[in-house]
Design a protein around this ligand. Structure first.
Ligand code: SAH
Length: 541
């Protein structure tokens, strides 16, 4: 859920709402307020959220929201809940998304703010919502049929309830045992004009054999149909642990839109199974309590520091994460976290240990994210995590079953270059001047070769207290190949509040000007200065 604010005045109310919705994030207009997610243009941003199906709570007038979303409304596709909330929290107005529970949401937000929401839908006021938006574990069979059913009730009809619908016990429904209409709670595929059919998600499928290329989803659908079961009654696919890395299973679970869980043995008596066995429980299944999910390990790059330079893919991985690991500074940069997220902060030097820990957590079925600054593949955790896998997979075969991914980020050299112009506009190389993990002689050789090849050089880790003389020595080597007036870009804390950019010449460059938070870009023979900008032309003589 996105809580969207236009300015600092609404932040307090936004945080009060957020406290009741652990999955939500506060989105703030970048120029006016610092929030969890920054945006530049209100209209474009809320339209993007709407189209992506994200529930929107906008802390501004209803009119602003309506005008912003107007162009999206003709398409009646997935309509997420949209609410306008007064900046001071005095009013909650559900606007869109009646079928996706906007009124339930309005009540919850109202409760968080101690106000009564301004609910305007007639059916909802009487009994619509509790019928058309059944609770978790149940699925409405057909929304159009549902709307007709509610209209009939509003027009004065009565209804019976067949099956177990505990959430309707206290609902003010016009019940009658001899009613023509019926609310039917059943896993069976059923369609008749006079019923509102709701399927409990109570069917488990056990896939004993998941050979590649096999269309498992289709087999499950067929098996369900043979037993007269509705596809929506399926709660989860379950499979033996050794199938954890199976792509066909993952694909089938996505196609069927159900969770996939792995167990030592079938979670029910599946002796008669030929490939697929089904089991119908008498109530919705608590999927989390069955076996475990395939764990995921995602290594992400946060970018240089500011929220706007973090990719949406990295942000999504953080939102989905159950465990976040990394060096303390970077973990702090990736917050705030919800109460249900576990944070593991470590010292910067314990990289392999952190990587092993990440695999251990992911092997238990957790969604794990390892954070790096910039890009995770540039002098950072991605290579450390793969090294841990390389060294540990014999001893820990379960690590290989983890779903592994790397999400790129904006590396410090790219962020610094962009602030300065286009110093990396032609061939360049990237070097770390740290001799913690390689001998200093290798660094000297590489600088000399880069100098001779006339490459622009981007230096990471230029200098630290433990390495006081190395930087001046490196520059001495560069000077053998470059004129003293070669432009040099120094970017410090780029994308962070203390950002500072300096352009100097190679002649002026000394270790005094740099530290561990600086990115150094030394030009080639063609790098030039134009006004405040530095660039390297795309050609080379
Ligand atoms: N993975 C990171 C680099 C880690 S090495 C990335 O892709 O950016 C750490 C070095 O990166 C620092 O010593 C510094 O040279 C550089 N660096 C990282 N963040 C920076 C920033 N915001 N501004 C300037 N330099 C930065």
């Amino acid at each position: 859920m996105a809580i969207v604010v236009l300015g600092g005045g609404a932040l307090d109310t936004a945080r009060r709402i957020q406290a009741s919705f652990p999955d939500s994030q506060v989105h703030g207009l970048a120029s006016r307020v610092s929030a969890d997610v920054a945006y530049e243009d209100f209209g474009a941003h809320v339209r993007g959220l709407y189209v992506a199906g994200t529930p929107i709570v906008a802390l501004c007038s209803a009119g602003i929201v309506i005008r912003a979303l107007a162009s999206c409304l003709a398409d009646k596709g997935a309509e997420p809940p949209v609410l306008a909330v007064a900046q001071d929290g005095s009013t909650v107005v559900p606007l869109l998304g009646g079928m996706r529970g906007v009124n339930v949401l309005a009540r919850e937000i109202g409760a968080a703010l101690h106000v009564t929401p301004a609910i305007t839908t007639g059916g909802e006021l009487r009994f619509g919502q509790c019928l058309l938006a059944p609770p978790e574990g149940y699925a409405l069979a057909d929304i159009e049929q549902g709307k007709r059913f509610v209209s009939d009730l509003l027009a004065g009809e009565t209804t019976r309830i067949e099956g177990r619908a505990p959430w309707l016990d206290d609902a003010a429904l016009p019940r009658a045992d001899d009613a023509r209409l019926a609310v039917r709670i059943t896993p069976l595929a059923a369609s008749d004009e006079d019923s509102l059919v709701i399927h409990p998600r109570c069917v488990l499928a056990w896939i004993e054999d998941a050979s590649a290329g096999d269309d498992i989803a289709e087999r499950v659908r067929l098996a369900m149909r043979e037993h007269g079961l509705a596809p929506l009654a399926l709660a989860a696919l379950t499979a033996p642990l050794h199938h954890m890395a199976s792509e066909s299973l993952a694909h089938a679970a996505r196609a069927l839109d159900v969770p996939l869980r792995f167990c030592d043995a079938a979670p029910f008596d599946a002796r008669h199974a030929r490939g697929i066995a089904l089991h119908v429980h008498d109530a919705p299944v608590d999927v989390q309590s069955i076996g475990r999910a395939r764990g995921t390990l995602t290594v992400i790059g946060l970018g240089p520091g500011s929220a706007e330079l973090m990719t949406p893919a990295a942000r999504n991985a953080l939102v989905a994460a159950q465990d976040v690991l990394g060096y303390e500074t970077y973990v702090r940069m990736s917050g705030p976290f919800r109460d249900d997220q576990r944070v593991h902060m470590t010292d910067n030097r314990e990289e392999l240990q952190r990587a092993r820990h990440a695999f251990e957590l992911a092997s238990e079925g957790r969604r794990v994210v390892v954070v790096s600054s910039g890009d995770p593949g540039v002098f950072a955790m991605a290579a450390a995590v793969l090294e841990a896998l390389d060294k540990g997979q014999r001893e820990h075969p379960e690590w290989s079953a983890v779903k592994f991914a790397i999400v790129p980020g904006v590396s410090a050299s790219l962020a610094t270059a962009a602030r300065a112009g286009a110093p990396l506009g032609h061939d360049f190389c990237v070097l770390s001047l740290s001799d913690n993990l390689k001998p200093w002689s290798v660094i000297e050789t590489r600088i000399a070769h880069a100098g001779e090849a006339d490459l622009v050089m981007a230096f990471y880790n230029p200098l630290s207290k433990a390495r006081p003389w190395q930087f001046d020595r490196a520059i001495e080597i560069v000077r053998r190949y470059r004129d003293a007036d070669t432009p040099v870009v120094l970017g410090r804390d780029i994308g962070r509040p203390a950002e500072a950019l300096r352009i100097v010449t190679l002649g002026e460059l000394t270790g005094e000007l740099v530290d561990m938070r600086t990115m150094v870009i030394v030009g080639s023979s063609t790098t030039r200065v134009v006004g405040d900008w530095v660039y390297t032309p795309r050609w080379h003589a």
